[in-house]
Design a protein around this ligand. Structure first.
Ligand SMILES: C[S@@+](CC[C@H](N)C(=O)[O-])C[C@H]1O[C@@H](n2cnc3c(N)ncnc32)[C@H](O)[C@@H]1O
Length: 250
């Protein structure tokens, strides 16, 4: 959209990293509520499906990239309470809400959140048994770099799950969605928080790569066996990819 002017650091995103951080800090108190209303409650179902792909296991450690207010981390622990999760996010406002939930559910020994940027992860190579990023990659200034970092910190053979909102296609759903995005979304968000944040949401969905392109970006970033499936008329797409098992030559 023309209102978003790119600078040279923004290869992929409509906002700079600083603008994005500011936006999420501003909307943090309203984020969960707005999400549930705008998705008519489907966001829980989408997150459950994303985490099912990860298939969390006992004693395995997972990285939740762009963990926000922590709902993916909670869902991982709901699906396997003997796993562990580290969440990272650039927005302290979002992380603060996440921390409250972790304390509320008494999950401090299984989950921890920290400030971090997926373009430069502060973890050693081959650290995690799996990674997941849900509704985050749309906001990241360089997707290929972010995926390459996620691949670096994954153990060989482990999985990355990516979930993103996408603009639905088709003669019926595409126009219906555009009407929804230009009327219902701003109305709900005017009441709840920031209209500009959700105008950004609609614009970033419109400009986000189509699933086949995303599949290519993930493959170019070092993932193998990349596959995707669409949910809810194509409003949400979930991608999975594996870090190759590297066979060392003697
Ligand atoms: C739409 S929220 C999604 C939060 C959460 N995953 C969920 O399922 O609700 C996107 C999150 O990505 C974070 N984010 C954006 N750019 C990031 C980056 N470069 N590194 C880490 N987190 C980032 C934002 O701060 C925000 O909390």
């Amino acid at each position: 959209m023309s209102v978003y002017k790119k600078n040279e650091d923004q290869i992929d995103s409509l906002m700079t990293a600083d603008q994005n951080k500011e936006m999420f800090n501003d909307i943090a108190p309203y984020y969960d509520g707005a999400n549930h209303i705008l998705s008519v409650g489907l966001d829980h179902l989408w997150r459950r499906e994303a985490v099912k792909r990860l298939d969390p296991k006992e004693d395995h450690v997972y990285l939740d990239v762009g963990c926000g207010t922590g709902d993916i981390t909670l869902e991982i622990l709901r699906q396997n309470k003997a796993s562990r999760v580290i969440g990272i996010d650039t927005s302290l406002g979002m992380l603060g809400i996440g921390w409250k939930k972790i304390r509320q559910y008494g999950l401090e020994s299984q989950a921890s959140f920290r400030e971090g940027n997926c373009l430069c992860l502060e973890f050693p190579d081959n650290s995690f048994d799996g990674a997941i990023t849900v509704f985050c990659i749309r906001n990241v200034t360089d997707r290929k770099k972010a995926f390459s970092e996620m691949v670096r910190v994954l153990k060989p053979g482990s999985m990355l799950v990516v979930m993103e909102l996408t603009e639905p296609m088709g003669l019926v759903m595409k126009p219906l969605f555009r009407i929804y995005a230009s009327t219902v979304m701003p109305l709900v968000t005017k009441i709840m928080s920031s209209v500009s944040a959700y105008k950004y949401l609609a614009a970033s969905m419109e400009t986000f790569p189509k699933p086949e392109n995303m599949k290519q970006i993930m493959t170019d970033s070092g993932l193998t066996n990349v596959a995707y499936s669409q949910m809810t008329f194509g409003i949400v797409t979930v991608y999975v990819g594996l870090k190759d098992i590297i066979t060392k030559t003697p």
